[in-house]
Structures are given as structure tokens and as C-alpha cells.
Design a protein around this ligand. Structure first.
Ligand code: SAH
Length: 215
């Protein structure tokens, strides 16, 4: 794979950032990270010219790399602080993971499909993004590394997994698309041990969050 990040790519990223600002992404740290992460390396080579359009694209194993706007929105909703311990469910291409790592968080990410887990883990290592990647079922979370400051789910969840709620710190935030064909983006805050506050952010469409792992 071509590991180059050229002047031309940087220019295309700056145009993408301007487009996301126009669509309502305001968080400076999120925009800065999207301006830095070489998204073209996360797509199959035949799609390189599409890397800086605000569109979702097919990756391996029938999955998609999230649309840049969606990555911007979910990252913004997480209210990311440097050093946050963040759990991502659905590593996929690794692009959302890279954006969060670029923002200075400690990232843990779970993927259920081995092919994607292997690819994204290798790519991120190669281009110098450090995180902890796991092949597993995101419905289980990562109990041995919990509790997390933030949890981001990047697949459409039929319901809010209780195990993930319980792996949030008090004061923590989870951003999760909930629903079947279409989802409602939800932001959940853990107020106390037992109290959670929910906010509905808008409609979106993700590939489904499925149980178990695929080898
Ligand atoms: N964050 C990714 C989005 C990939 S699409 C990116 O930036 O590219 C969603 C991913 O979630 C797919 O790779 C899919 O295999 C994965 N997924 C679906 N259900 C899952 C589960 N229960 N646990 C972990 N990953 C899951």
C-alpha cells in the first residue's frame, strides 16, 4: 500500500475540514485531528480519490468506513479531553480510532471480524498511531480495562448494551447509534452509580452491531 501523504492530500483534507465546519462540526480539536489523519490510507487503493469526500465507503468484509461528518459528530459529542480513556466498539478501518488517538486519548478498540482487526491494527502501527486493539464482541465491552471516560459505538445497536453502560465512569459519556435499519444517535451520561441521562441527537445509518466474532 502507498504510505505517502502528499501536499495534495493535505489540501484535500483542508477542504474536507471546511465542509465539516459548514455542516456544523465546531470542536477545534476534532477538526484539527481530521485535518491531520491521512484518511486515504484507510480506504482500498481503488477508492483513494474518494478519500476526502464526505461519504462513507466500503472496506473489507462487507463493512464501511464511517462518513467523515459522522466521525466528526461522534467525536464532538464525546467531548474528548486529552488523556481520556476511551473504548470504541467497531474498529473497522481504524479511521475513527486514528482520529481519537490523534486527539491524545488512550484508545481501546474492539472489532468482531478478524480480517478487519488484523488489517487496521497493522495499518495503525505502521503509520504510528498507538492504541490497544482487540478481536472480540463489543457487547461484552472490555471489563478488565473498565471503567472508561468515554465509549463510542460505531455500529448500529438494536438496544443499549447494559454491560457497556456499567463500564462507564461516573460523569462519563457514551455515544451510540440505536435502532435497526436507521438509527437515532444517542448521547448517554452517567450521572451517578445508577442514574443515566439520555439525549437524542439525530438520525443516522450504520452497519449493524452483531453478536459474536468472525474468524
Ligand atoms: N469505526 C469504524 C466504522 C466501521 S463500521 C471506522 O472508522 O472505519 C462498524 C464496524 O463494527 C464493522 O467493522 C463491524 O464488523 C464492527 N462490529 C459490528 N458489531 C460488532 C461487535 N459486536 N463488536 C465489535 N465490532 C462490531
Amino acid at each position: 500500500m502507498e504510505m505517502m501523504d502528499s501536499f495534495r492530500h493535505k489540501g484535500m483534507r483542508q477542504r474536507l475540514v471546511q465542509e465539516l465546519i459548514g455542516k456544523g462540526i465546531k470542536d477545534k480539536h476534532v477538526l484539527e485531528a481530521i485535518g491531520k489523519v491521512p484518511r486515504h490510507l484507510f480506504l482500498d487503493s481503488s477508492f483513494v480519490s474518494f478519500a476526502y469526500q464526505d461519504k462513507a465507503f466500503p472496506i473489507a468484509a462487507g463493512q464501511t468506513i464511517s462518513q467523515p461528518y459522522t466521525v466528526g459528530l461522534q467525536s464532538q459529542l464525546l467531548n474528548v479531553k486529552q488523556g481520556d480513556l476511551i473504548l470504541e466498539v467497531g474498529t473497522g478501518s481504524g479511521y475513527q480510532a486514528a482520529v481519537l488517538i490523534q486527539m491524545g486519548v488512550k484508545l481501546f478498540s474492539i472489532e468482531r471480524q478478524k480480517e478487519l482487526y488484523v488489517r487496521s491494527n497493522n495499518l495503525l502501527k505502521q503509520i504510528g498511531y498507538r492504541g490497544r486493539f482487540f478481536l472480540g464482541d463489543g457487547y461484552e465491552g472490555l471489563p478488565s480495562f473498565a471503567p472508561f471516560d468515554k465509549i463510542i459505538v460505531t455500529a448500529g445497536a438494536p438496544f443499549i448494551p447494559e454491560k457497556l453502560l456499567l463500564q462507564m465512569k461516573i460523569g462519563g459519556i457514551m455515544v451510540i447509534p440505536v435502532g435497526d435499519k436507521q438509527q437515532t444517535m444517542m448521547r448517554i451520561k452517567r450521572l451517578t452509580e445508577d442514574d443515566f441521562e439520555q439525549e437524542q441527537v439525530g438520525q443516522c445509518a450504520f452497519v449493524p452491531m452483531l453478536k459474536g466474532t468472525v474468524n
